[in-house]
Design a protein around this ligand. Structure first.
Ligand code: AAT
Length: 281
């Protein structure tokens, strides 16, 4: 018998993938976690029935949540990831030799534990083997409240604004992030689909603009996320992602990136009109 997994993106639209087996299924105090094996996209992690990552397209998301900020900041040394318990963002951050310490603050210890066990290609730097990485199992909000003026970059690699991540899209949280960043710090946050989530984007970018002087949106192609068109918010105290970008430094990067490159860095900030309109001030 064929097994198919379907995620409904709205009442009338969804994505369907043929699956071969369930590797883990369980409930944490925060959410339902499932890891299944699919034929086209490899292993796939679901939280409350929604796709978080797949082995086949995670490189797009993790390249794009991390490298644009890491290559805009002239010398990122201390980086915080909020959420991201699969470890993919930390893996990309670790490619940057300037980074002395990366902290992962994930609310759900079960996500970290099962990613180490079942998604080792993402979790390779959060399994205790990398001395530059520190793990905290805690609510990101609580953590940054206690760590002000501490980070060059903060990446908000969070779930959608439902459940434990609701607070991570609000102005009060962005004020705490602003305070947790050093005076020239940058925050990047996943910011949903411009095609389906106009309302969420409108509120999120308004909240960000109330706090940060520089706020830009950039896009990436992520086939297993709703509509395939995804976005990230770049909120910065000083550096602009296009005007202050050192293209030569990004071109000379001493490691491979399968999605990010120095031309795409600039292109990703060029938005289609409907996406611009979602976040117009
Ligand atoms: N790397 C891509 C995977 C994710 S998962 C996002 C993680 O954020 C989850 O593991 C969840 O437990 C964690 N999280 C949610 N709320 C909080 C919080 N308040 N503090 C810390 N961690 C939190 C991103 C998927 C994006 C999906 C887009 N459709």
């Amino acid at each position: 018998m064929d097994l198919w997994y379907t995620e409904k993106h709205s009442e009338n639209v969804g994505i369907t993938l043929k699956a071969t087996r369930t590797l883990f299924s369980g409930k944490s105090p925060f959410q339902q976690l499932d890891i299944i094996e699919t034929l086209e996209y490899g292993r796939m992690m679901l939280l409350d029935g929604l796709v978080m990552v797949t082995e086949r397209d995670e490189f797009v998301y993790h390249d794009m949540i991390s490298h644009p900020a890491l290559f805009t900041h002239p010398c990122p040394k201390r980086v915080l990831v909020i959420g991201g318990g699969d470890g993919g963002s930390i893996r990309e951050i670790m490619k940057h030799a300037t980074v002395e310490e990366a902290v992962l603050c994930e609310i759900d210890g079960l996500v970290i534990e099962k990613s180490i066990e079942l998604l080792p290609s993402m979790a390779c730097d959060i399994d205790g083997s990398n001395p530059r990485v520190t793990l905290h199992v805690d609510d990101g909000l609580a953590y940054i409240r206690e760590h002000q003026d501490a980070f060059d970059l903060i990446l908000v690699d969070s779930t959608d604004p439902i459940g434990p991540a609701v607070g991570l899209f609000e102005e009060d949280f962005y004020r705490l992030v602003h305070g947790a960043l050093k005076k020239d710090g940058i925050m990047v946050a996943q910011s949903e689909s411009p095609f389906y989530h106009a309302e969420i984007q409108k509120n999120m970018y308004r909240n960000l603009r109330n706090v940060f002087p520089i706020v830009e949106m950039y896009q990436a192609f992520i086939p297993t996320y709703p509509s395939g068109l995804w976005s990230f918010a770049f909120a910065s105290k000083q550096y602009h992602p296009v005007r202050d970008f050192d293209k030569a430094r990004a071109a000379a990067r001493p490691f491979h990136t399968r999605y990010y490159n120095e031309d795409l860095h600039l292109g990703a900030f060029m938005l289609p009109t409907f996406a611009r309109e979602n976040i117009a001030p």
